[in-house]
Design a protein around this ligand. Structure first.
Ligand SMILES: Cc1ncc(COP(=O)(O)O)c(C=O)c1O
Length: 365
């Protein structure tokens, strides 16, 4: 059996460090705040080459809090790519703004900048750049576009820990960046967790206050915030994992390259493309075929797990009936039934990857 993801195997490979981290937090009763949270924030900021990191409860809260911290006028329009997980758009509405879906580029699957620019109006306040599947958006083009129109850029890095563009880690390339530590992510907690990164000290301070009831000091609440914290246990577990992250990402890239060469030249199968100036994080390895469901079924018969990210494009979800119009993006809807995520992660051996390649090659539509 080739698993899509194997968190038990990962735990077994780092068991002593994780067990010691958990025992340390319980031994100090440092459940909320505490030394592990503080250290993780600075270690993760350093890893991602950002100046500030604020731990929060999950990646969805991270986006919502980041948007709030930007302090845009109420009901601003925020551009969101149509191909993402609902958190990217849900956070916009929850923060009191209006979602404007944009086309996703058919090659990188990230936001199509030309389409985004056409959707800008005087009410547009920000763009959410989702580094989907771990491949960075064109941040140079995006920042230029944002500068031209005076927009803020939020990087949704939930799938892209460790990804780079022009030799620089993503996360603080835009004005503010958000991460998820959902267990299956490239860096995953043992529960929910998230973080906000930025090089802007004011945005970091505001984010920290919003996430902690609008305060810095214990009962001195400057405004109404909320409770969204990365807890001490999760921070300690993430700290135990962080030293391994670069190796895991390197392994994901090696697997990605092995798939790319092993699967090259199959009729009707589109492989992910990697831009020259990026380092992919390969959270997911997503191929495209008109026979997606049949291929998935065939792989299952061969004992190979796969996934679909995402079965329904955001604009087609019932949650977004209210936004549908003639200008609703369509490309993500066309792509949705064709996308298949092959097993990806450091748990895979070369033999596992070769087994997947052989099975895909043997598939007869
Ligand atoms: C692109 C993207 N954004 C945001 C999130 C939300 O993260 P979380 O599940 O930690 O709330 C996820 C993952 O779940 C995601 O894939």
């Amino acid at each position: 059996v080739v698993k899509f993801l194997d968190l038990v195997a990962q735990y077994e490979s780092i068991k002593d460090d994780v067990d010691a981290a958990i025992a340390r937090v319980i031994g100090n009763a440092a459940f909320i705040g505490g030394p592990d949270l503080k250290s993780f924030e600075s270690e993760f900021a350093a890893f991602q080459q950002a100046e500030h990191c604020v731990g929060v409860a999950n990646g969805t809260d991270a986006i919502e809090i980041a948007i709030e911290a930007l302090d845009l006028p109420a009901n601003s329009e925020i551009l969101v790519p149509a191909n993402s997980f609902i958190a990217s758009s849900e956070a916009v509405t929850r923060a009191g703004h209006r979602v404007v879906f944009c086309e996703a580029d058919a090659i990188s699957y990230t936001i199509d900048l030309a389409d985004a620019e056409r959707r800008i109006t005087p009410k547009t306040g920000a763009i959410i750049a989702v580094h989907l599947y771990g491949h960075p958006c064109d941040m140079t083009g995006l920042m230029e576009l944002a500068d031209r129109h005076n927009l803020k850029v939020i990087e949704d890095c939930a799938q892209a820990h460790g990804a780079e563009i022009d030799g620089r880690r993503i996360g603080a390339v835009g004005h503010i960046g958000t991460f998820s530590f959902y267990p299956g992510k490239n860096l995953g907690a043992y529960g929910d967790g998230g973080a906000i990164l930025t090089n802007d000290a004011d945005l970091a301070r505001r984010s920290r206050m919003i996430a902690n009831h609008g305060r810095i000091d214990k009962y001195d609440h400057q405004f109404e915030g909320r409770n969204s914290r990365l807890d001490g246990l999760q921070a300690a577990i993430l700290r135990a994992k962080l030293p391994h992250l670069q190796g895991w990402i390197d392994r994901r890239n090696a697997i990605g390259q092995r798939y790319l060469s092993g699967l090259a030249g199959i009729d009707g199968l589109t492989l992910p493309s990697i831009k020259q100036n990026v380092r992919h994080a390969f959270h997911l390895f997503v191929v495209r075929t008109a026979h997606r469901d049949a291929l998935q079924g065939w792989l299952k018969q061969q004992g190979i797990d796969s996934g679909v990210h995402y079965p329904i494009a955001l604009p087609d979800l019932a949650a977004y009936d209210y936004l549908r119009s003639d200008s609703t993006p369509t490309l993500a809807s066309e792509l949705a039934p064709t996308l298949l995520s092959l097993p990806m992660g450091e748990h895979l051996s070369d033999a596992d990857v070769d087994q997947v390649i052989a099975a895909v090659r043997a598939f007869q539509p």
